[in-house]
Design a protein around this ligand. Structure first.
Ligand SMILES: Cc1cc2nc3c(=O)[nH]c(=O)nc-3n(C[C@H](O)[C@H](O)[C@H](O)COP(=O)(O)OP(=O)(O)OC[C@H]3O[C@@H](n4cnc5c(N)ncnc54)[C@H](O)[C@@H]3O)c2cc1C
Length: 468
């Protein structure tokens, strides 16, 4: 059996024996065929089956439930979407508020399902702390971001500025310049969520086939090496693995994020650090960092990884020493007492980035194809929204969910923006990331001249502009 336990700290810690479910050995005729047993596929099946129990639904998974990003992520369950400020800017203020409420309500909606289905995934809704923690420019950019949110009608109930003293009530970092507190974020153990959801959908009558990579798919059905499936609806839910299902790779690039976990830390260390409510935290650089204190008192901390030429998937997540040490350096800057902490686990995964750098939830009744993706590293909560939305769209219901600006009902896949061909993608991605790393190095050095700091930020900001 593949070493699924090695996928992440989370999979390693499961009580679940991780036995493989049967693979697809015979042809099938179903109403809905879902490709991929991560959160997107499972949430879609869950909400379809809850509303239409008569539907015959099969999930066909290449490996095991949670093999992808859903069993590997940092466990931030956010009431947000990547790029939501740009998406919602187009709406009238009263609609915008309703959309923000819909998003901010995601963690509570998930909590209700967890209670109903008896899924224990160490859910704690302690909010998120976005910290200006390494150099003064972080305070400037966070304050600017907060102003932008307030200009969209959000208030202190949605996002609140914390002075260094207020921040210290929640987390003690070495160089606090302040931070933003967002209450609508929970932390979870990702693998417990995905494995629990898989059991919940099975209890509702959905069949999951494992070890069954889909080799071909189209409107009306799909094929694996051993069987064909005919289906009125086909739902590819493969996010970072879009390249395995052409032509989806044109619309979603696989990007890697890499993450480490320390051994469980003593109570005295946590008394110094804080994070006693299970708050998620990150430091606000363009490196995209994310951390949490786990239920068993480890520090889990991740940061943006890379992109491989031609969207090649990364399969080997035995991190190199330099990949581990970069993450240690970043969390050690926040918590110097952890610079020598033992790291017991390091891993990573592929996530999906859309060309517009924001998610899409697409449903085409003409072809019977529905998909949700492009979460870009903010998918734990977004997949829940995606699953609920796809269920309503497939069932032809007109609800608040189906009226959002990230929903695409016309044009099919062609309505998605395609990525530029190689080598443009690779060159572009690396130029952008290099500018971010350069900015971070320049700003983290207190001795760099002001003009160099301004120049580095200007270049990184300019490059970031290409992401929108
Ligand atoms: C290291 C890391 C940290 C992250 N941290 C966070 C975080 O803290 N908060 C957050 O909001 N988001 C985070 N994300 C993103 C989040 O985890 C994802 O957006 C989310 O899990 C996507 O779920 P999914 O079901 O769409 O895709 P996945 O979980 O990737 O599931 C796709 C499934 O499809 C299967 N599959 C692929 N190809 C085929 C095929 N041809 N046939 C059959 N099956 C196939 C795969 O095996 C996989 O099981 C992180 C991602 C990574 C990689």
């Amino acid at each position: 059996m593949p070493a699924w336990r090695n996928i992440s700290l989370w999979m390693d810690q499961l009580d679940d024996p991780l036995l493989a479910r049967p693979s697809l050995e015979h042809d099938l005729d179903v109403n809905v065929a879902i490709i991929g047993a991560g959160y997107t596929g499972l949430w879609t099946a869950y909400y379809l089956k809850r509303q239409a129990p008569e539907l015959k639904i099969a999930i066909i998974e290449a490996q095991t439930a949670g093999f992808g990003a859903s069993g590997r992520n940092g466990g931030w369950l956010m009431g947000n979407l990547l790029g939501e400020d740009r998406l919602l800017a187009e709406l009238a203020p009263q609609h915008r508020r309703a959309s923000f409420d819909l998003l901010h309500g995601i963690p509570d909606e998930v909590a209700q399902v967890l209670a109903r289905e008896g899924i224990d995934c160490d859910y704690r809704k302690g909010g998120a702390l976005y910290c200006a923690a390494r150099y003064p420019e972080q305070e400037v950019s966070l304050r600017r971001y907060l102003d932008k949110l307030y200009a969209q009608g959000l208030t202190e109930d949605d996002y609140r500025w914390l002075s260094p003293q207020q921040l210290a009530e929640q987390v003690r970092i070495a160089k606090p310049y302040g931070g933003i507190y967002a209450p609508h974020v929970a932390t979870i153990n990702p693998a417990k969520l995905v494995r629990g959801l898989a059991r919940a959908v099975e209890n509702l009558g959905v069949t999951i086939y494992e070890n069954s990579p889909v080799t071909h798919w189209q409107s009306g059905g799909l094929r694996t090496a051993k069987a064909s499936v005919r289906a009125a609806w086909v739902v590819p839910a493969v996010e970072g693995y879009a390249n395995t299902l052409p032509p989806l790779g044109r619309y979603q690039l696989p990007v890697q994020s890499l993450i480490v976990a320390t051994e469980p830390l003593p109570a005295s260390t946590w008394a110094d650090i804080g994070l006693s409510q299970g708050q998620a935290f990150g430091e606000s650089s363009r490196q995209v960092t994310y951390g949490q204190r786990t239920a068993d008192n480890r520090l889990v901390f991740g940061a943006r990884g890379g992109y491989q030429f031609a969207g090649k998937l990364r399969h080997n997540f035995d991190l190199t020493d330099s990949e581990v040490e970069l993450r240690r350096y970043l969390f050690g800057e926040l918590f110097p007492q952890l610079k020598k902490a033992r790291i017991t686990h390091s891993w990573g995964g592929n996530l999906g980035m859309s060309r517009r750098f924001r998610p899409h939830m697409l449903c085409d009744h003409a072809t019977g194809i529905a998909l949700s993706g492009g979460y870009g590293g903010e998918g734990v909560g977004a997949t829940h929204l995606g699953g609920r939305t796809l269920a309503d769209l497939i069932l032809g219901r007109d609800t608040l969910l189906t009226q959002q600006p990230w929903v695409i009902r016309e044009g099919g896949l062609k309505a998605l923006k395609a990525w530029e061909p190689e080598p443009c993608r690779w060159l572009g991605y690396n130029a952008i990331i290099r500018s971010f790393v350069h900015e971070d190095q320049v700003l983290a050095n207190p001795n760099t001249a002001p003009w160099r700091r301004k120049l580095a930020t200007g270049i990184a900001g300019f490059m970031e502009g290409f992401m929108h």
